[in-house]
Write a protein that binds this ligand. Structure first.
Ligand code: FES
Ligand code: FES
Length: 161
């Protein structure tokens, strides 16, 4: 089946089997390998991408459901020139160890802070509780997301102004 959608600002049409997950389509058909597959059944959050503004698990969605959708993957949150404030905060706080979980956590945090730039620490902990990290530990990740809030608050103000 053919399916057409926007990914990271680029309109694409891909031919996929009806059973192909979005995660497999992104990785194998579009070579966007920043989206990781850990559990492949919705538990770990490593495959999280943003679809029409919401953080979703791309291992649980079929690519053919994406007709007309706007998708952002970890490759789409920054350009090749500079890290985003969220990525910079992750580096500063050593919120990465092996990095396997990191794309999913970045996408979950990006979706949260875009919608809720004033998210409390409890809210951040609650939302990120669906993303499993097996090596960094969560303290550094929480500190990084808390620090990145300022950049999202500023963006919100400039959108309103
Ligand atoms: S790979 Fe999708 S939730 Fe684990
Ligand atoms: S940094 Fe290794 S699983 Fe999270």
């Amino acid at each position: 089946m053919n399916v057409a959608f926007d990914v990271n600002g680029r309109q694409v049409t891909v031919q996929v089997e009806p059973r192909t997950t979005l995660a497999d389509c992104l990785r194998h058909d579009l070579r966007l390998t920043g989206t990781h597959i850990g559990c492949a059944h919705g538990t770990c959050g490593a495959c999280t991408v943003i679809v029409n503004g919401a953080a979703v698990r791309s291992c649980l969605i079929l690519a053919v459901q994406m007709e007309g959708a706007q998708i952002i993957t970890v490759e789409g949150i920054s350009d090749d020139e500079a890290l985003t404030p969220l990525q910079t905060a992750f580096r500063k706080h050593f919120a990465v160890q092996c990095g396997f979980c990191t794309p999913g956590i970045l996408m979950t945090a990006h979706a949260l802070l875009t919608e809720e730039p004033n998210a409390s620490e409890d809210r951040i902990r609650d939302v990120l509780s669906g993303n499993l990290c097996r090596c960094t530990g969560y303290i550094a990740i929480i500190h990084a997301v808390l620090e990145a809030r300022t950049a999202y608050q500023t963006q919100t103000l400039s959108r309103v102004a």
